[in-house]
Write a protein that binds this ligand. Structure first.
Ligand code: 5AD
Length: 355
């Protein structure tokens, strides 16, 4: 059964559910092997770095699971223009190829202008050679367009869950946390010309394999170029964290199950979507010392080493025990100095012209 499914080129929802639900270690190895093969065929064997700069933990949102949600009384910080630019130039000098700028969400003019100025300066200082991914939440089309014109070319905006119902168990049901707005943003990003990334929280209370299979299908339907997803990691003093503790869902067995499921999701995303970029995310590393490598072995091809200045790292705490290490001495073939764009994006552009 497993062998036959893995031989296929196209997968039904039932196939996807079956693969996601694998728990036997030998079976999982077969899945990862198939994912590696697809990766080699469609992406190659290189892994690309995105130096991650967490510019600020200020946030207007109150997502129920998040460690920097507005209503948590954490110390807030903001990196200045020069700090971000210098970190980016440092990444460039280290031959990283690309950076990713991430923040809590803000839509005020001061912030929008600051990001635009930062992008223009980074492009100037690196002769347009440093690739830039943004992960700055929901914005208007005009803002996305301005940042794209200023030099950003990839954007990550996780949908967190493609199930509307589950989405509202993870977010307050109000204008600021609107599922349809999130979908509109993904459309706007595409229209503004970005390579578009999205992804999910894996292992949140109430989530089923059916939900996760739909998440994989969502990536396909939405023609997504890049995937960033990871296991839920508990953050104390948050509504989701309370639910997890009350339902006794934070035992070592449950945590391991979330971790394994997140690794399965990477492998299944690879075999189903084939030519997209998939990140091996920090949340994996938070749950296991071998998190990043396990993600790569399951089919991921992107690593995001942390470049945030040491003094601020502890404040960008999305969940408990978020790892702060940027050490990247891994036995991997790194695509130094290359942007490492998602081939899916180029293929998508070709198809557009062909029709
Ligand atoms: N566990 C795992 N990931 C989290 N994120 C936020 N809080 C958590 C958590 N408790 C992720 C969300 C968000 C990204 C910036 O961090 O998916 O999109």
């Amino acid at each position: 059964m497993l062998e036959n499914i893995l031989k296929q080129d196209k997968f039904t929802k039932e196939d996807i559910k079956f693969l996601l639900g694998l728990t036997d270690e030998n079976d999982r190895k077969k899945l990862f092997k198939a994912a590696q093969k697809v990766k080699l065929e469609h992406i190659g064997d290189e892994v690309y770095y995105r130096g991650l700069i967490e510019q600020s933990n200020l946030c207007v949102k109150d997502c129920l699971y998040c460690g920097i949600r507005k209503s948590l009384p954490v110390e807030r910080y903001e990196l200045e223009f020069n700090d971000v630019v210098e970190s980016a130039v440092f990444a460039f000098e280290q031959n990283y190829g690309s950076i990713a700028i991430q923040t809590g969400e803000r839509q005020d003019k001061k912030f929008i202008d600051l990001i635009e100025r930062i992008l223009i300066e980074i492009k100037k200082r690196t002769n347009g050679k440093l690739g830039v991914t943004l992960s700055l939440g929901e914005q208007t089309y005009e803002t996305y367009k301005r940042w794209h014109d200023a030099g950003a070319h990839r954007y990550l905006l996780r949908i967190e869950s493609s199930s509307r119902e589950l989405y509202y168990t993870l977010h307050p049901n109000d204008d600021l946390h609107n599922y349809d707005k999130r979908l509109q943003c993904l459309r706007d990003l595409e229209r503004a010309g970005y390579q578009v990334g999205t992804g999910f929280l894996i292992g949140v209370p109430g989530q089923t394999l059916d939900n996760l299979a739909n998440d994989i299908l969502f990536l396909k339907e939405w023609d997504i170029d890049m995937v960033g997803m990871g296991p839920y990691v508990i953050q104390k003093n948050t509504p989701t964290g309370e639910v997890v503790l009350n339902q006794d869902l934070n035992t070592p067995e449950k945590i391991k199950a979330r971790y394994d499921l997140a690794i399965n999701m990477i492998a299944v995303a690879r075999v189903v979507l084939k030519d997209v970029n998939i990140a091996s995310t920090t949340a994996l590393q938070a749950l296991s010392d071998t998190g990043r490598e396990d993600g790569i072995n399951a089919g991921a091809n992107i690593l995001m080493p942390l470049m945030t200045l040491a003094e601020h790292r502890k404040k960008y705490q999305l969940y408990d025990d978020k790892p702060f290490s940027s050490a990247a001495e891994l036995d991997l073939k790194i695509g130094y100095g290359k942007w490492g764009d998602s081939p899916h994006f180029a293929n998508r552009q070709k198809n557009k012209i062909a029709y």
